[in-house]
Design a protein around this ligand. Structure first.
Ligand SMILES: *Cc1c(COP(=O)(O)O)cnc(C)c1O
Length: 377
């Protein structure tokens, strides 16, 4: 059976990337390889929309998240953590592990924070060192108002730290223009690479705090990476293959153009949402991001069976809900190497599965709604 991958990571890898990642091994201390590292850093700056330093780690995205806590917060230091999903919770788990003092701003899953709430909390707690949140909360499909948060946090001494692991390269984002101090991401979502590479872009304001941080780090000591990456080299044996793949991914992003790319994912999201509504289903996220569509499972439908049937009977890997929304939502990701006919295909399969599970609608209504929007792309 032909397989379709529309999960929120890992995402499909284009053939031209796979090809360069299967070339013979190169040594990581050669001038030729260092030149490639230099180019990837420049390319990542374009994708992050920043002039700041960009660090590269051989780790999954969480490695960069860990570093964004352990290099920033001393024990006992306050940080605001906006908690509206599984990955938001991860910021909290890391902060607790390093014995920082997280102040949680709990928001119901599926909703986004009201920026004013963060402003008030920052005013009441002048000693907060950082605000942690996501660009897109992948467990719920919500987009967080990062631009508005940037306007608020920039007026304080606190840093704004964004996990853009699923959002980067798909969801509209401008690190410098939006006053973001640290942005972390990973390779296996919007960047179309296999899992195993993580990135962090770090502002001067953030470096000042990092220089003063006394927390212990070894593999993720960002000060060491900064020194080494200034010379286009990794402190350790970095993933050579990911660097080669990343160069290709950057080329693909640049050829399309970041703005065009944002627009394409917006259209994919609009089409996907239109199909869902036409099928009589409800969206889970408000506001919905552009890189994933999260859908409420109707009470009469078995949500776990839906995701399983999609995979086992039709070859489509989508995602179910995690933790408190397990069985209650399903998620169709449209990040990375996903184009309009992937959306058509997944909606077609979804209609088949929904019919099978007893949901009532007219054949093709979801498809027609999506086609109408995708034709205009
Ligand atoms: C996938 C994801 C992560 C976790 O990344 P790993 O690469 O699995 O460590 C963290 N945050 C968000 C928003 C994600 O989508």
């Amino acid at each position: 059976m032909k397989k379709f991958l529309l999960a929120p990571g890992p995402t499909p890898v284009p053939e031209e990337i796979l090809r360069v990642m299967s070339e013979p091994m190169v040594h990581h201390r050669t001038p030729a390889f260092k030149a490639m590292v230099g180019k990837t850093i420049e390319g990542l700056k374009y994708i992050f929309q920043t002039k700041n330093d960009v660090l590269i780690f051989s780790a999954s995205g969480t490695g960069a998240m860990e570093g964004a806590v352990s290099n920033v917060l001393n024990r006992g230091e306050k940080a605001i953590i906006i908690r509206n999903g599984k990955f938001a919770e991860r910021w909290g788990e890391i902060a607790e592990k390093f014995e920082a003092n997280p102040i949680y701003l709990d928001v119901p899953w599926g909703s986004a924070i009201e920026p004013k709430v963060v402003e008030n909390l920052l005013n009441e707690n002048r000693d907060v060192k950082a605000v942690y949140t996501q660009l897109t909360e992948t467990s719920t499909g919500v987009v967080i108002p990062v631009k508005e948060l940037g306007e608020i946090v920039k007026k304080t001494d606190a840093l704004l730290v964004i996990d853009a692991i699923s959002g980067l390269g798909g969801q509209k984002f401008y690190m410098d223009k939006w006053n973001v101090d640290i942005c972390v991401s990973g390779s296996q979502k919007g960047l179309m690479l296999p899992p195993g590479h993580a990135y962090a872009a770090v502002s001067e304001k953030a470096w000042e705090k990092i220089e003063k941080c006394t927390q212990s780090n070894y593999y993720f000591d960002w000060k060491v990476y900064r020194k080494k990456l200034a010379k286009n080299t990794d402190p350790f044996t970095g993933s050579v293959l990911h660097v080669k793949g990343l160069l290709k991914a950057i080329e693909i992003v640049k050829n399309e153009g970041l703005e065009k790319r944002f627009e394409r994912y917006q259209n994919l999201a609009t089409a996907c949402r239109a199909a869902i509504k036409a099928l009589g289903l409800e969206l889970f996220a408000n506001p919905s991001c552009d890189v994933e569509t999260a859908v409420k499972v109707p009470e009469t439908v078995d949500g776990l069976a839906l995701v399983k049937k999609m995979r086992d009977e039709y070859g489509f890997t989508i995602a179910g809900g995690q933790a408190e929304v397990k069985g209650k939502i399903f998620r169709i990701a449209h990040m990375g190497y996903i184009e309009r006919f992937d959306i058509i295909a997944v909606i077609a399969a979804l209609e088949m599965v929904l019919k099978d599970l007893g949901w009532k609608f007219e054949w093709g209504v979801g498809l027609a709604a999506a086609q109408k929007i995708l034709t205009e792309m």
